[in-house]
Write a protein that binds this ligand. Sequence first.
Ligand SMILES: Cc1cc2nc3c(=O)[nH]c(=O)nc-3n(C[C@H](O)[C@H](O)[C@H](O)COP(=O)(O)O)c2cc1C
Length: 179
Amino acid sequence: MSKGALLLVVCGAPLASRLGDGVRAARARGWDPYVIPTDAAIPWLPDQDLADAPVVVGNRKPTEPRRTPTADAVAVVPATFHTLNAWATGNAYSYPLTTLCAALGSQTPTVAVPYASQELTNHPAWAASLAVLRRSGIRIVDPQDGSPESVTPINSGTGAVKNFRWEWVFEQIALMPGS
Ligand SMILES: Cc1cc2nc3c(=O)[nH]c(=O)nc-3n(C[C@H](O)[C@H](O)[C@H](O)COP(=O)(O)O)c2cc1C
């Protein structure tokens, strides 16, 4: 039996190149995955096998029906500096951000994998946003070791994309009430 709809929000950072693995891992665990890319993530998608998962881009037309079912769980992988800060401040100006803000507001089980360099994470908004999201019930997973406790900045050339394991995300989703 299906576990339901898993909305996979993907932002514009190199870990977006592992989206295809995430779609297949979701299916293998019984989820129905829907891909919701930010505009900045789109350049990472064309070379990937997304196993025919629906890819939902931009806002729907007012006359168009909804393109995804109600989410049973949400994962944002990777979560860029921009999206994470916008989400934490309630900025919903794009479809991916609206999806994330609605997930938080409806207490839908949601996991985020932040992915940003030290230069960006040194900005004080980063720590504040992580704190807001954690306090709101979002599970934050370290992109380099899967820890739910802390987030380390990405240094290029350290193999973070290759070493990332989607099971870190699914383990956290499974621990959340309602998933
Ligand atoms: C090749 C490339 C790599 C990038 N890597 C990162 C990154 O690791 N983390 C990050 O926060 N932004 C990164 N960016 C910048 C984001 O793509 C940019 O801030 C964008 O506006 C994010 O939009 P989004 O949050 O809507 O996806 C990268 C951009 C490019 C072109």
